[in-house]
Design a binder for this molecule. Structure first.
Ligand code: NAD
Length: 469
């Protein structure tokens, strides 16, 4: 018996093709997800089109009230959702993981409900009065990844619903149960047809991105898929918000205190066992404190328990899927073969069930090494030595992605000066990856375009309309 049994049963299809979902920590069966087709997508879009006008007509206040009720519903089912998420995604209940993710779902729903968005008077000079309004788009498509399946779905659907749109969600094939369960809970508070989940493969994603009735696609996933979506959406000139891959750099300035920053560096890199878009994925440390930072970070990382998600003691879990495990293993092996020094980890236990790769720190590594230059998206952090800040900034900016970055220093002014030189959508100081529903978030370069969160995030889910009289 599991707390989520009834919830899981409510999303398990009685008939039709299903996909068996396995727990990445144990290999045991979690449940069966529907395999929806393009025809199911058509039905979901038709239902969304039918439900959207009445929802839009409710106005901001009534829609916000419904979103607040949805946040309460998520909180009422929080433990069931967190446990199901933990089994399907692999992330532990504790630490910045499953319970944290479900808590974030409620927080982002409330933030989308509570952010004011009033028409803006652009010109009012006695002759011309021009106002900027935001009208609903219609039906929004939301395509998401497997690393933070619930939270990212909420990031996409909460502002969309608040702005008067209907939403059709296409979750990752790896984590459909989490998204289906979340939508089931939220739908207790929403009109029929307004929000649906089409749990299909990439063919369904492609059809959604090209569908003439979809006015906007919110996409979070890899840069390669983002490019495919740009192409599929071109013929219908869809609006897009693209949150794509990253390979975030962190720069530790020579005045930083290695002991004081070690835990922040660790969680910046290893949150969700490294499977986080805006995690710290390349660390640049000044040569004067290089050894001390390596030592402190190793001590913190070595003490973090990794294991099955439902075990309350763990804070690190498995990789979600074998494909990602293989990427991490390949990159660490390439680093080892190149002569880099493995400070910790790097030797997965082949007999252990599940996709566990140990927390791995790699020192004395060249900036062009694949473990540095490619997005590893897992629990392996390369630590690159630098001599001058100019050199560190050049290395940090050398890639074609720029989601986040961080600067670590005791001197706030020095840190801000370096931050301003980094080509990234967000630069954190003395932390990495902290997202906040009040603060806009989005990528630079090939990490995507468009902003989520805050009032900017709401505006991105509306069609700007100027009324000029
Ligand atoms: P992915 O691109 O493989 O898949 C994401 C989604 O796109 C899935 O639902 C998939 O079915 C769908 N899809 C695949 N091909 C498609 C197509 N041609 N048309 C439409 N949809 C299609 O990404 P993933 O492996 O699930 O996620 C990991 C990646 O996501 C990493 O690169 C990570 O950095 C990135 N990510 C970015 C953010 C961010 O906010 N920038 C957040 C989380 C993850």
């Amino acid at each position: 018996m599991e707390t989520y049994d009834a919830l899981l049963a409510s999303i398990t299809p009685d008939a039709g093709e299903t996909r068996t979902i396995f727990d990445p920590a144990t290999g045991t069966v979690v449940g069966a997800a529907p395999v929806h087709t393009v025809q199911d997508l058509e039905q979901a879009i038709a239902a969304a089109e039918a439900a959207q006008p009445a929802w839009a007509a409710l106005g901001h206040d009534a829609r916000s009230t419904a979103l607040l009720r949805a946040a309460d519903a998520v909180e009422r089912s929080a433990e069931e959702l967190a446990r199901l998420l933990s089994r399907e995604q692999g992330k532990p209940l504790n630490g910045p993981n499953a319970r944290f993710e479900v808590g974030a779902c409620a927080a982002w729903l409330r933030a989308a409900a509570g952010t004011p968005l009033d028409p803006e008077t652009v010109v009012d000079d006695g002759e011309t009065r021009a106002e900027l309004h935001y009208r609903p788009i219609g039906v929004v498509g939301a395509i998401g990844p497997w690393n933070w399946p619930m939270m990212i779905t909420i990031w996409q659907l909460a502002p969309a619903l608040r702005m008067g749109n209907a939403v059709v969600v296409k979750p990752s094939e790896y984590t459909p149960l989490s998204v289906l369960a979340l939508a089931k809970v939220i739908n207790e508070e929403l009109p029929d047809g307004l929000l649906s989940v089409v749990s299909g493969g990439r063919d369904v994603g492609e059809a959604l991105a090209g569908h003439p009735a979809i006015g906007k696609v919110m996409f979070t996933g890899s840069t390669a898929t983002g490019k495919a979506i740009i192409k599929s959406s071109a013929d219908t000139v869809k609006r897009l918000t693209l949150e794509l891959g990253g390979n975030d750099a962190g720069i530790v300035l020579p005045d930083a205190d290695p002991k004081a920053i070690a835990e922040g560096l660790f969680w910046g890199a290893f949150i969700n066992t490294g499977q986080t878009c805006a995690a710290l994925k390349r660390l640049y440390v000044h040569t004067d404190i290089y050894d001390a930072v390596c030592e402190e970070l190793t001590a913190v990382a070595a003490a973090m328990p990794m294991g099955v998600g439902l075990d309350e003691t763990n804070v690190l879990g498995p990789l979600q899927n074998k494909q990602q495990y293989d990427v991490v293993a390949r990159l660490v092996e390439a680093a080892r073969e190149s002569g880099a020094r493995i400070l910790l980890g790097g030797n997965p236990d082949a007999d252990r069930p599940g996709h566990f790769y140990p927390a791995t720190l790699v020192a004395d590594i060249d900036n062009t090494n694949p473990l540095v230059a490619e997005e590893q998206f897992g629990p392996a952090l390369p630590i690159v030595r630098y001599g001058t800040v100019d050199e560190a900034v050049t290395m940090a900016n050398a890639l074609d992605v720029g989601l986040g970055a961080s600067v670590w220093s005791a001197d706030a002014v020095a840190a801000r000066n370096v931050a301003a030189r980094l080509e990234a959508g967000t630069v954190w100081i003395n932390k990495h990856g902290a997202v906040d529903p009040r603060i806009p978030f989005g990528g630079a370069k090939q990490s995507g375009y468009g902003l989520e969160f805050g009032v900017e995030g709401l505006k991105a889910l509306g069609v700007p309309q100027v009324i000029n009289g």
